[in-house]
Design a protein around this ligand. Sequence first.
Ligand SMILES: [Zn+2]
Ligand SMILES: [Zn+2]
Length: 423
Amino acid sequence: MSATKSNAMSEHAPEIESILKTVSVSLAKDAPTRSFCTVHDTLDSREELQDIRRNIHQHPELAFNEVRTAELVASKLEGWGYTVTRGVGGTGVVATLRSGSGKRSIGIRADMDALPIHERSGLPYASVHEGKMHACGHDGHTTVLLGAARQLARTRHFNGTVHLIFQPAEEIGAGGGAERMLSDGLFERFPCDAIFGLHNHPGVEAGTFMFRSGPFMAACDTVNITIRGKGGHAARPHQSIDPILVAGSLVMALQSIVARNVDPNETAVVTIGTLHAGHAPNVIPDSARMEVSVRSFSAEVRASMESRIRQLVTSHAEGYGATADIDYVRGYPVLVNSEAETEFARQVAEELVGPERAIGNFHRIAGSEDFAYFLQQRPGCFVRMGNGANQPLLHNAGYDFNDDNLTVGAAYWTRLVERYLAE
Ligand SMILES: [Zn+2]
Ligand SMILES: [Zn+2]
């Protein structure tokens, strides 16, 4: 941005400047919203939050090993006056703050874990742990929630109870931190009337919030298939049962499920991610192995995909005289946002950043998220937040969380709490 500008706004990124302009117009029109947090109110914490975010980024920790991160989070929260509970669901942290006599309560969740990726961002605060990296922005999600924690503690413009949930191990696909926290009694120990979460979204301008009511992110299951034939000499195939032939035929047949069995109004994905068989050109191997990723957006489609895959694999193998072992591993379920809470959260975002940056009917996302488990037990909303239009994708070795989102995200959470627990 231009170095010649001298007003206070020129210290901020273009996205934030534009938000500040939009919001000052909307506030002038709508005076009562003045009592709730605005992006402006959180701007003075930008530097502090950026330091925390880059500190976490530099020291990434994998699933259920977020020891340093959890301690950093817990000690900040204690310093701001929260009641902090450590070790919830492994390395999870829950921080509670009460204000007034209100009986309502709200939960907000951030994830803390990194990925087994070697960082190639070239940033001065790049990971110091070889082969580990915050390539999904969980360093940012954690810091955004800390920013809200700081703001809520110093203003306390709410009437009720806030539980800030710092979750371990979102990235492992099954048996992750959400399930662990829930089975550790999360909602019994820290009752929440509703639950909210966010994830950054590269490809969309920073400071933009994308909502969708109903199914928003996919269920993701993994199928490990072993085809067992009968090995033999390549020159005598009639005396063998060739598992590679079965596997090859299955690769094509499995694609027929989405094309022929799934309702055209629904969507699903079947991806055969690995296929391994054989060691030599003149040998028919005994077995072939495949790993398949299956994504769907409803419980019905999910169940029918599983049954069709089992049928096709079993009957295919049988048809060629082989057998098949099928290990069908159910990963995270469909993430379903509840209607009222999603509209509420969208309104909060609209008040904060204006209607152009609060998108109400964003497309479904084929990625999965274990926040879905919280939404199975409580109403709530998971929102995607733009990470910048030309940023590297999630899980890319060049990825970085956009620090312009720290204050906007913190203002979003703060205002959401203030509005949900309004006096
Ligand atoms: Zn991820
Ligand atoms: Zn993520």
